[in-house]
Design a protein around this ligand. Structure first.
Ligand code: ADP
Length: 555
């Protein structure tokens, strides 16, 4: 009751989990990619704008204009008004001399000929550097533009506020652990991580794996730096060899899934518990009801057996009356004899009693005593059969119980002209059963047989053979086979399969109940045995009872 309902329950749970997690996977990946693209575009346009700002200045102002006293400060100020990201501004000649500077560091007059950013600007005409320390010894990056006018080359350079840039890059909100940061082509952090485990200019230890995934065209993937699984999305910036990395702890991504799983498991466990409790109480109730039904069935069975037993007594009553009548007739004639002898004994006062008369009287009294004993035997046998007894299974020895039972029908068989033969093998083993009920079965079979033989042969020629033998069943177990065989009228083939059904009778109304054989069948079944019939119409019938031999007796 608990196991089978659980199967669809678990299947539904598994399927829902699978679809829910795969949908969540796809949607998480899509949202990570969307955030990455949006953020990348924003950073790219920020850098492009800063480059355009500087290019605008180099076109709007000549070298001389910027060299004019106070001009660089004004230009720097107007740049800062366009974007708060600008920190300072410097003008350089083609040899890298810092000619003019507007800003808070003492950098004017310094020489930048050997600085990588200066060399790359001179080479490419435009350059956005990586984060470096420079003369000011503070992490920063620069945007520089080269300009050539009237055969004179100069460079304008602006420093970008790293705090501003950092907050712009890391300003991504995804769950509790979502963060975005930039790494250069060597994996060195260009912005700090919001989680704080990698500072500016630190190398990301996961960069090698990240690059492998990235070069395998995987924009989103899973990595577990320090054993903690993270979902990563990485993209290269268009105008710089920087990688924008967006990542979130997997546990954080699947928080919704984990809580859904937790709720489902909670519901499943409570459902299961409810199911178990329900199953327990339901099966308890069913068991109790079945037990009650069994008891009622048992009671009804016993009542039926008793009813059949009484009917049997009724049927046998005539036989018993005859049985008792015989001794009573003898007693009556003995009484008459005694009376005559007594009168003979005292014909007159002076007569001497004849000793022979005494002897005759004694013989008659003995005969009366014998006949009374006989009556007593018969009535106690009837009482034994008819009395309501408690059913008690004991070992029954066919050699003892069968002759005892047959004593009850011997006389009536004799008076009906039926010959009863008994053939009980010496080694026949005992079996388990209730003596009263076994007696009922045997009496029923013998009475039916007597009925059949007198039907067929009248008052002469009827023969009933009762045998008990040891046999073996198909599995080699020792069995007791008891047979009641008669040479009666037999059973018509069309009646054969109804013979053990309750209320089936071919006897006249009031003569038979049709319950005898069905009750016998039930009794033998309750002994753990089987009962079968074989019959030829006009020739006779054999009823066979197969019972397991009692262990101690079995050979
Ligand atoms: P009842 O004896 O009251 O009819 P049973 O159940 O004992 O009920 O028997 C059912 C029927 O089986 C009998 O009416 C009879 O037709 C048939 N039957 C039983 N035993 C024999 C037998 N030995 N020979 C022929 N018919 C039999």
């Amino acid at each position: 009751m608990t196991f089978f309902p659980m199967i669809p329950f678990i299947i539904v749970l598994g399927i829902s989990f699978y679809f829910f997690s795969s949908t969540l996977d796809k949607s998480t990946q899509a949202s990570l990619e969307r955030i990455l693209t949006d953020h990348r575009k924003m950073i790219e346009s920020f850098l492009l704008e800063r480059k355009s700002d500087l290019e605008l200045i180099t076109r709007a102002y000549t070298f001389q204009d910027i060299m004019a006293e106070g001009a660089i400060g004004t230009i720097c100020h107007s740049l800062q008004e366009r974007s708060a990201a600008f920190v300072d501004l410097g003008l350089f000649d083609e040899t890298g001399n810092h000619l003019k500077y507007s800003g808070s560091f003492a950098l004017a007059g310094k020489r930048y000929t050997q600085e990588p950013w200066f060399q790359k600007t001179m080479l490419r005409g435009f350059y956005i550097s990586d984060i470096f320390l420079g003369y000011r010894n503070i992490p920063h990056f620069v945007v520089a533009v080269r300009r050539t006018e009237n055969n004179k080359t100069w460079v304008l350079r602006a420093t970008i506020d790293t705090v501003f840039f950092d907050s712009m890059v890391s300003g991504v909100r995804m769950g509790k652990t979502g963060e975005a940061y930039i790494l250069n082509h060597e994996g060195v952090a260009q912005t700090a991580r919001r989680s704080g485990d990698i500072a500016l200019l630190d190398k990301d230890p996961a960069f090698g794996w990240m690059q492998n995934q990235f070069s395998a065209n995987q924009q989103t993937f899973q990595l577990s730096p320090k054993g903690q699984p993270f979902l990563y999305a990485v993209s290269k910036l268009a105008n710089k060899s920087w990688y924008l990395v967006v990542r979130q702890e997997k546990h954080d991504v699947y928080r919704a899934l984990y809580s859904a799983v937790l709720i489902c498991v909670g519901i499943a466990i409570s459902g299961l518990a409810a199911l178990v409790v329900l199953a327990y109480f339901t099966s308890e109730t069913i068991c109790r009801r079945m037990e009650r039904l069994d008891e009622e069935k048992e009671q009804l069975g016993s009542q039926l057996i008793r009813a059949v037993q009484l009917a049997e007594i009724g049927e046998m009553a005539a036989g018993f009356a005859h049985e008792i009548n015989n001794p009573l007739q003898i007693i009556k004639s003995e009484y008459a004899l005694i009376k005559i002898l007594m009168e003979e004994l005292y014909p007159g006062k002076d007569t001497v009693p004849d000793p022979q008369t005494f002897n005759d009287i004694r013989e008659s009294v003995d005969q009366i005593h014998k006949q009374v004993e006989r009556c007593h035997e018969i009535t106690s046998a009837i009482l034994k059969f008819g009395r309501k007894k408690e059913v008690k299974h004991t070992t029954l020895d066919p050699g003892t119980v069968i002759p005892e039972i047959l004593k009850l029908v011997e006389n009536s068989a004799r008076t009906s002209g039926v010959e009863i033969l008994t053939r009980i093998e010496e080694n026949v083993p005992s079996f388990m059963g209730d003596p009263g009920r076994f007696q009922q079965v045997m009496l029923n079979l013998v009475n039916n047989a007597m009925h059949a033989v007198t039907n067929q042969h009248g008052a002469q020629g009827g023969r009933i053979e009762i045998s008990a033998a040891q046999t073996r069943d198909n599995e080699g177990q020792t069995m007791v086979n008891i047979q009641v065989k008669d040479n009666g009228c037999g059973i018509a083939p069309e009646h054969m399969d109804k013979i053990f059904s309750p209320f089936f009778t071919t006897k006249a109304v009031g003569k038979g109940t049709g319950l005898g054989l069905s009750v016998c069948f039930g009794i033998i079944e309750s002994f753990g045995g089987t009962m079968s019939v074989d019959s030829r119409p006009g020739e006779g019938t054999v009823f066979s009872i197969q019972l397991a031999a009692h262990e101690n007796q079995s050979s």
